[in-house]
Design a protein around this ligand. Structure first.
Ligand code: ZN
Length: 68
């Protein structure tokens, strides 16, 4: 068994009023931002994430430890 750290973020962590249950967990922040961008485009009709929102997203990212 080993502890592994993941980055975790959900739409509700960025905006509690968004009403979207999307949540991702990845190994790196870059990977997470990629998935968030894809989701934002598909589900929230955002062609790109505004820098202001990207800052909000980054500050909302949590590091979780999972035992595998
Ligand atoms: Zn969403």
């Amino acid at each position: 068994m080993a502890d592994k750290q993941y980055k975790q973020l959900g739409c509700l962590d960025v905006d509690a009023n968004v009403g979207c249950g999307f949540q991702v967990r990845t190994e790196t922040e870059a990977e997470l931002m990629q998935l968030v961008a894809t989701h934002a485009k598909q589900c929230h009709k955002l062609e790109s994430i505004p820098s202001e929102m990207a800052a909000k997203v980054k500050s909302a990212i949590k590091t979780v430890t999972v035992t595998v």
